[in-house]
Design a protein around this ligand. Structure first.
Ligand SMILES: Nc1ncnc2c1ncn2[C@@H]1O[C@H](COP(=O)(O)OP(=O)(O)O)[C@@H](O)[C@H]1O
Ligand SMILES: O=C(OP(=O)(O)O)[C@H](O)COP(=O)(O)O
Length: 402
C-alpha cells in the first residue's frame, strides 16, 4: 500500500461548540526535576490547538510520554506540561487525572468553548499500545471529532493514534501532521542522490528493522549511538557493558552483508568514547571500536569516526538523520552528536537537503543552536524513517481521505 499524503483537513471541519479529541505528541525530554529540556514538539502542536480554540471548539488533548507499558508511573505523568502549554496557549489548561472514565467526562462537559483539557498519559493503559477497540471507543466517546497532530507517533497503530480514528468521525489531520507529510513525502520518495541516512539513538530494536529497507533507498548509511554495539558484537568485538540487543545479532550480520551486496556504503565508527558508568561524571577514554574493556560502555564515537563520517557526507545531496550519535545529554559524550549537527549545518549551507527527525535528535540540534540551519526539522524520528522506507503510517491511513 502506498504512502498516503492527502488526508481530510481541519480547515473543512465544523468546530463551533464541538468536543475535539486531539492526539498530540508531547513525548519530549524532561530532566530529573521534571523540567522540559526541549519543547520543540509542544510548540509544534500549538497552531492546531490555537486554531481549534479560536473557532470555538472544546479541546481534549491526548498524548503518551515514555514507555510505561500499561502501568501508572509518576515519572511520566503529563502534569509537568500544564504550565508550558498554558503559557503557549494563553489560557489555563485543565489537567485530567485519567484518560477515560466519568471524571474525565465531567471535565470535558464543563469545558467552555475555546477551553482545553489535557488527559493523563494514554500509555498508563496497556490497551493503548494493544490498539484495543473498547479502549478506543472509550476515548472516542469523549468527543465529536478526531484530529491527529501527533506525527511523531503516526507509525504506531495504537488506540489513540489509529483505533480511535476508525470509530470517531470525522477524523482529520492537524496542521503539524499535514506540514510533515507535505514536506517529507516529497523529499524522501524522490530524494536527490547520493542519499545518506544517519541512524543512532537508543531505540535499537525498533530502528534496526528499518535499516533493512533503508538499504534499498540510500547510498550511504552511517550508524552511531546505541545502535552500533549490536553490530560490533556481531563482528566478534568485545563491547563491555555497552547497549546490545542480543536477539538482533544475526540481523546485524545479515544487514552488513546486504549492504555489501547492494553497494551501500555502511559505516560504523572506528573509535568510541567509553565510560566506566552511565553518568555525566563518569571516567572516560577513547579506544578503538574493537577494544572496549569489560566494565566499560560506549557512550559516544571518537575523533576518527567524526572525520570519516564527515568525509562520507561531503559528496551527498540529501541526508536524513535520526537518533543522537552518543549520550549527548552528558557533555563528555556530546562531541559526536555535535560534530554531525555542525557538519549537516555546513552542508545545508551548500544546498544539501538535511532532514532531522526525532524528539532527542531535534533536542540535540536545538542544544547546539543549529536547528534553523537545517532544511527540515521533523517531530518524528521513527515516523520519518518509516515514511522514508515507503511504509504507510497507520495513524495517517486511518484518517479520512481528502
Ligand atoms: N551509546 C549509547 N548508549 C546508550 N544510549 C545512547 C547512546 N547513544 C545515544 N543514546 C541515547 O539515545 C537517546 C535517543 O534515542 P532515540 O529515542 O532513539 O532518538 P530520537 O528521539 O531522536 O528518535 C538519547 O537519550 C541518548 O542519550
Ligand atoms: O519519540 C517518539 O519517537 P522517535 O524517538 O522515533 O522520534 C514518539 O513519541 C514515539 O514514541 P515510541 O517510540 O515510544 O512509540
Amino acid at each position: 500500500m502506498a504512502v498516503k499524503k492527502s488526508v481530510g483537513s481541519l480547515k473543512e471541519a465544523d468546530l463551533k461548540g464541538k468536543r475535539v479529541f486531539v492526539r498530540v505528541d508531547l513525548n519530549v525530554p524532561l530532566d530529573d526535576n521534571f523540567n522540559i529540556t526541549d519543547d520543540t514538539r509542544i510548540r509544534a502542536a500549538v497552531p492546531t490547538i490555537k486554531y481549534l480554540m479560536q473557532n470555538g471548539a472544546r479541546v481534549i488533548l491526548a498524548s503518551h510520554l515514555g514507555r510505561p507499558k500499561g502501568l501508572v508511573h509518576p515519572k511520566v505523568q503529563l502534569k509537568p506540561f500544564v504550565p508550558r502549554l498554558s503559557e503557549l496557549l494563553g489560557i489555563e489548561v485543565k489537567m485530567a487525572n485519567d484518560s477515560i472514565g466519568p471524571e474525565v467526562e465531567n471535565l470535558v462537559a464543563e469545558l467552555p468553548e475555546g477551553g482545553v483539557v489535557l488527559l493523563e498519559n494514554v500509555r498508563f493503559y496497556k490497551e493503548e499500545e494493544k490498539n484495543d477497540l473498547e479502549f478506543a471507543k472509550k476515548l472516542a466517546s469523549l468527543a465529536d471529532l478526531y484530529v491527529n497532530d501527533a506525527f511523531g507517533t503516526a507509525h504506531r497503530a495504537h488506540a489513540s493514534t489509529e483505533g480511535v480514528a476508525k470509530v470517531l468521525k470525522p477524523a482529520v489531520a492537524g496542521f503539524l501532521m499535514q506540514k510533515e507529510l507535505d514536506y517529507l513525502v516529497g523529499a524522501v520518495s524522490n530524494p536527490q542522490k547520493p542519499f545518506a541516512a544517519i541512524v543512532g539513538g537508543s531505540k535499537v530494536s525498533s530502528k534496526i528493522g528499518v535499516i533493512e529497507s533503508l538499504l534499498e533507498k540510500v547510498d550511504v548509511l552511517l550508524l552511531g549511538g546505541g545502535m552500533i554495539f549490536t553490530f560490533y558484537k556481531a563482528q566478534g568485538y568485545a563491547v563491555g557493558s555497552s547497549l546490545v540487543k542480543e536477539d538482533k545479532l544475526d540481523l546485524a550480520t545479515s544487514l552488513m552483508e546486504k549492504a555489501k551486496t547492494k553497494g551501500v556504503s555502511l559505516l560504523l565508527p572506528t573509535d568510541v568514547v567509553i565510560a566506566d558508568k552511565f553518568a555525566a561524571n563518569a571516567n572516560s577514554k577513547i579506544v578503538p571500536a574493537s577494544e572496549i574493556p569489560d566494565g566499560w560502555m560506549g557512550l559516544d564515537f571518537g575523533p576518527d569516526a567524526i572525520k570519516s563520517f564527515g568525509s562520507a557526507l561531503d559528496t551527498t545531496k540529501t541526508i536524513i538523520w535520526n537518533g543522537p550519535m552518543g549520550v549527548f545529554e552528558f557533555d563528555k559524550f556530546a562531541a559526536g552528536t555535535e560534530a554531525i549537527a555542525k557538519k549537516l549545518a555546513e552542508l545545508s549551507g551548500k544546498g544539501v537537503t538535511t532532514i532531522i527527525g526525532g524528539g532527542d535528535s531535534v533536542a540535540a540540534v536545538e542544544k547546539v543552536g543549529l536547528a534553523e540551519k537545517m532544511s527540515h526539522i521533523s517531530t518524528g524520528g521513527g515516523a520519518s524513517l518509516e515514511l522514508l522506507e515507503g511504509k504507510p503510517l497507520p495513524g495517517v491511513l486511518a484518517l479520512d481521505d481528502a
